[in-house]
Design a protein around this ligand. Structure first.
Ligand SMILES: Nc1ncnc2c1ncn2[C@@H]1O[C@H](COP(=O)(O)OP(=O)(O)O)[C@@H](O)[C@H]1O
Ligand SMILES: [Ca+2]
Length: 497
């Protein structure tokens, strides 16, 4: 028995050499894993910021975006942090007193100072892009448009942010950047997935942008925008229809009914019982209709609602020209359009109107959409007002027209069929960021979408740490095994009888 105990005490795990080796080994493993974890730990998240003002025809909105500072070029995605709606109307409405356009922006600029951390102010780029409202003002009165821009620039330059310019976007830019936003937020660009088309309905213009296999730009170069993003080439079809935003389209529809300069009209696009007085000079004060102003007309006319979808649609149809197409296919007004392809995201006024009318479900047959519009249009105005007390009267009075216009623009203007209509999604936001041209515009100007696919580490951080740990343990075991000759001879253990 005593011999046995003696042998147990000489157990090799307790020899000084193995104790030292074990301690060193454990220290080495702990050190290795600690270094691996600390060295490659994602650094504490710091953000960069960017601000874009969308100076639309009806209103201005200030968007603040943020993205992780360390990985702006590859893995981090920019997202909307805050939006500030500027009080009052769009900047083009200040043509008569331009300095007020600058003043109108101040409250949102101050709000932005609260949202972006102070030490980042000076490095935060600030852009303003104006769309169709300013395009029209610039056509009509370029001096007034220049003055509005001057006032706006002064207001923006007096902020602590890094002012990068204020300008009018072209229709192509507005359409293309809306498409970039939608596909960037859906992660379609980085992953090289099939892209989603973009439908943007504003107050003064409307844009359609999509990638089509049978469009290479040759048939109509002015509708082609090419991009190389994350290593993929895109040939985008895009078109912006000036005067076909819903406010200008409504002007055209009312202008159509006042060609002879009447004192009264019975408008099928307004609910029965709706009554208003409209001023001729205000109605015709837009390059979209100014050439049609009746010669002999009183100062104003009475508009009374009739609420008839079918009749309203007839008038809406009349503002599109479906003749004279010199291309293989056209949408309307002789504008080239390739065959529609893939899914579409429809945002801005498309969303506001269709969500109000409970028509965002596009699996609904087009016949049902028409029935619902027929019913909405024929609902008495008093009843509409009672049912939607919280909704602005101006919007409320226009939903019958707006719904009719959207359905006609999509199905007869762009040629969406019952089948392709079901591929449209009416959207406001994607993953918390508003759909619209602003994000795409900023991504482009800050070079945040690389032309080539970025090199990504082959392993995620957790995988890397696990592999280093396993390797270290394996190395240690190998090392212990390699010291086997030093181990005490276990085979000499006496046989217990
Ligand atoms: N809640 C709402 N309901 C209906 N229409 C809305 C709502 N909010 C905004 N709109 C409309 O959305 C449109 C936005 O257009 P806007 O971006 O200002 O013009 P554009 O892009 O042509 O320069 C306007 O016609 C505005 O009236
Ligand atoms: Ca817009």
């Amino acid at each position: 028995m005593s011999a046995q105990r003696e042998m147990k005490e000489k157990n090799h795990w307790k020899t000084p050499v193995t104790i030292i080796i074990t301690v060193i080994g454990v220290i080495v493993i702990v050190a290795l894993v600690t270094v691996a974890v600390l060295q490659n730990k994602p650094l504490l998240q710091k953000y960069k910021y960017g601000i874009v003002l969308d100076a639309g025809s009806s209103h201005t909105a200030l968007y603040i975006y943020k993205w992780p500072a360390e990985k702006d070029n590859n893995t981090g995605r920019a997202e909307q942090m805050h939006v500030c709606k500027v009080k009052g109307q769009g900047i083009s409405s200040y043509a008569a007193n331009p300095w007020k356009a600058g003043e109108s922006l101040r409250a949102c600029m101050e709000e932005a100072e609260q949202w972006v951390p102070g030490k980042r102010h000076h490095e935060t780029p600030l852009y303003l892009g104006a769309t169709a409202g300013m395009r029209l003002l610039n056509m009509e009165n370029s001096t007034a448009s220049d003055k509005v821009f001057q006032a706006v620039k002064e207001a923006l330059q007096s902020s602590p942010f890094s002012y990068q310019g204020a300008r009018i976007l072209s229709g192509q830019e507005e359409g293309a950047f809306g498409w970039v936003t939608v596909n960037y937020l859906d992660d379609r660009l980085k992953q090289g997935l099939e892209t989603t088309g973009a439908l943007d309905l504003g107050g003064a213009s409307t844009q359609i942008s999509f990638v089509s296999d049978n469009f290479d730009g040759s048939e109509s170069p002015s509708n082609s925008v090419t991009f190389r993003l994350y290593g993929n080439d895109y040939n985008l079809y895009t078109h912006s229809f000036l005067c076909y935003g819903k406010d200008q389209a409504l002007r055209s529809v009312v202008a159509h009914q006042t060609q002879s300069g009447p004192e009264k009209i019975l408008d099928p696009c307004s609910n029965p019982g709706y009554n208003t007085i409209k001023n001729y000079s205000v109605l015709y004060d837009s390059p979209c209709v100014s050439n049609r102003k009746p010669q002999k007309a009183p100062a104003s006319f009475h508009l009374t609602g009739k609420g008839n979808f079918g009749e309203c649609q007839k008038i809406v149809r009349s503002i599109f020209n479906f003749t004279n197409c010199k291309y293989s296919h056209c949408s309307f007004n002789g504008v080239f359009q390739p065959h529609l392809q893939g899914a579409f995201g429809a945002f801005s006024a498309y969303y506001f109107v269709m969500s109000f009318l409970n028509l965002t479900d596009t699996s609904m047959p087009l016949e049902t959409v028409k029935e619902k519009l027929t019913s909405y249009c024929s609902t008495p105005w008093e009843q509409i007002k009672q049912q939607h007390r919280a909704v602005k009267e101006k919007y409320l009075a226009e939903y019958c027209f707006s719904g009719t216009y959207i359905l006609t623009l999509l199905t007869e203007g762009y040629n969406f069929t019952s089948e392709s209509y079901s591929k449209i999604k009416f959207i406001k936001k994607i993953k918390g960021s508003d759909a619209g041209w602003t994000l795409g515009y900023m991504l482009n100007l800050t070079n945040m979408i690389p032309a080539e696919a970025p090199d990504t580490p082959p392993l995620p951080h957790a995988g890397y740490v696990s592999i280093v740990t396993i390797m270290a343990i394996l190395l240690f075991i190998l090392f212990i095994l390699s010291l086997r000759p030093l181990w005490p001879r276990c085979s000499k253990l006496p046989q217990v009888v």
